[in-house]
Write a protein of this length. Structure first.
Length: 195
């Protein structure tokens, strides 16, 4: 191998691929909404768009990117299920870097233990409730479920593998604090199987 080619190989090995890959994933998948702010998406390079969302911290923003945000146009993995979690994380880090935020971004401090927000008698807001149910379903290994939450009433819609998956989804959702009622619109894929 010629010395110049070998030097370029070595140099390429030293340059982290993540920065290039992150911006490429962003350009190919995320820019459509985040460049122009389509459907209310926070725009890259505009700190004001990220101010309120940054209260979630990096982990919360990454969770929103991976799982989607119910009631918004933000689908899980921006609607590209073929993306790996690392690719999504890289795109989120790239977007945050455009507004001088890092993956060390902490979440806003939680409310003190004695406050009304921590009281079980106070309703959980709809978005938080939907995200909590989504987390519970992920823990129960249930995917592909659309979750709507309104005033403690949670609606589960979508197709799952079988009746056992429906039962696991309902059990997981019922265990979430703030869920008062569940409307089950889940369909078992078993009913579509033919001999």
């Amino acid at each position: 191998m010629r010395p110049i080619v070998r030097s370029l190989f070595l140099l390429a090995a030293l340059i982290p691929a993540s920065g290039f890959a992150s911006s490429e994933v962003y350009k190919a998948r995320c820019a459509l909404c985040h460049d122009a702010g389509a459907t209310g998406a926070p725009r890259v390079g505009l700190p004001a768009d990220w101010r309120k969302r940054s209260d979630k911290g990096y982990a919360g923003l990454l969770r929103s990117a991976l799982q989607g945000v119910p009631g918004t146009a933000m689908l899980p993995k921006a609607g590209f299920p073929e993306l790996s979690e690392d690719e999504v994380a890289g795109a989120v880090q790239y977007m945050l870097s455009t507004v001088n935020l890092t993956k060390d971004l902490p979440a806003a401090a939680p409310a003190p233990a004695g406050s009304a927000a921590a009281s079980p008698s106070v309703r959980v807001d709809d978005l938080t409730l939907a995200l909590s149910v989504a987390d519970a379903l992920v823990s129960a290994k249930i995917g592909g479920v659309q979750i709507e939450a309104r005033g403690g009433r949670v609606t589960l819609k979508g197709m799952v593998d079988d009746a056992a998956a429906v039962a696991r989804a309902l059990k997981a959702a019922r265990a979430v604090a703030g869920v008062r009622e569940i409307e089950n619109r889940l369909v078992s894929a078993e009913i579509f199987e033919h001999d």
